[in-house]
Design a protein around this ligand. Structure first.
Ligand SMILES: Nc1ncnc2c1ncn2[C@@H]1O[C@H](COP(=O)(O)OP(=O)(O)O)[C@@H](O)[C@H]1O
Ligand SMILES: O=C(O)C1=C[C@@H](OP(=O)(O)O)[C@@H](O)[C@H](O)C1
Ligand SMILES: [Mg+2]
Length: 185
């Protein structure tokens, strides 16, 4: 499969709690790709947690850093990349994501709710009714997530390994054709 992909990067998009970070690591392992999590790169680059960044510089500045990191990451090949759930909201990010194959991990909001109920690492979900907030964010972003190359509807009891295997098995259905040869002869 990695040879079929020819080093093309895989970008995982989807809501907070969808499993992008968890499934991304499984995909990388199975493909022999390296794993990158844009949030982890941002935290390393800024030496701040995502919570700290939102509190200290706000979401707007976070989105600018996120775009900058994405622009740098997409210059590499052989990567499985877990993005942050809001990466789709910036139009310019799509030109970077389109360098690779974009996979939407679509997980029901009640499952997201169960996974995130005890989690305090997502600043956008703090101090709000969690289920309502998740539904509102999904409503705003669904049409963006739908622009992925591959739509993976995840059921509640599927493991990360099973999801990764399913994504890999579906890749051939959406592989982009090679660009025409530039040779003039
Ligand atoms: N397939 C899965 N089944 C059960 N729990 C999962 C699954 N995928 C992720 N999780 C759990 O859900 C939470 C959010 O996962 P994470 O990978 O951080 O999501 P994201 O990066 O999309 O926000 C974590 O606690 C993780 O262990
Ligand atoms: O959906 C979002 O706007 C965000 C998702 C988070 O990443 P995960 O999707 O990995 O939770 C993180 O980038 C930040 O808290 C904002
Ligand atoms: Mg994540």
């Amino acid at each position: 499969m990695s040879s079929l992909l020819k080093g093309v990067n895989l970008y995982l998009i989807g809501m907070m709690g969808a499993g992008k970070t968890t499934v991304g690591q499984e995909i990388a392992r199975k493909l022999g790709y390296r794993f990158v999590d844009t949030d982890a790169v941002i935290a390393q680059f800024t030496q701040k947690s995502i919570n700290q960044l939102f509190a200290e510089v706000g979401e707007g500045e976070f989105r600018q850093i996120e775009s900058k990191i994405l622009a740098e990451v997409c210059a590499y090949t052989n990567l499985a990349i877990a993005t942050g759930g809001g990466i789709v909201t910036q139009q310019k990010n799509w030109s970077y994501l389109r360098h690779g194959l974009i996979v939407w991990l679509d997980v029901p909001t009640d499952v997201l709710y169960q996974r995130l109920a005890e989690d305090n690492t997502r600043p956008l979900l703090q101090n709000a009714d969690l289920l309502t907030k998740l539904q509102l964010i999904l409503q705003e972003r669904r049409s963006l997530y739908k622009q992925a190359d591959l739509h993976i509807s995840v059921s509640a009891n599927e493991t990360a390994s099973q999801i990764a295997a399913r994504i890999i098995s579906e890749i051939p259905t959406v592989l982009k054709p090679d660009p025409p040869s530039s040779s003039n002869t």
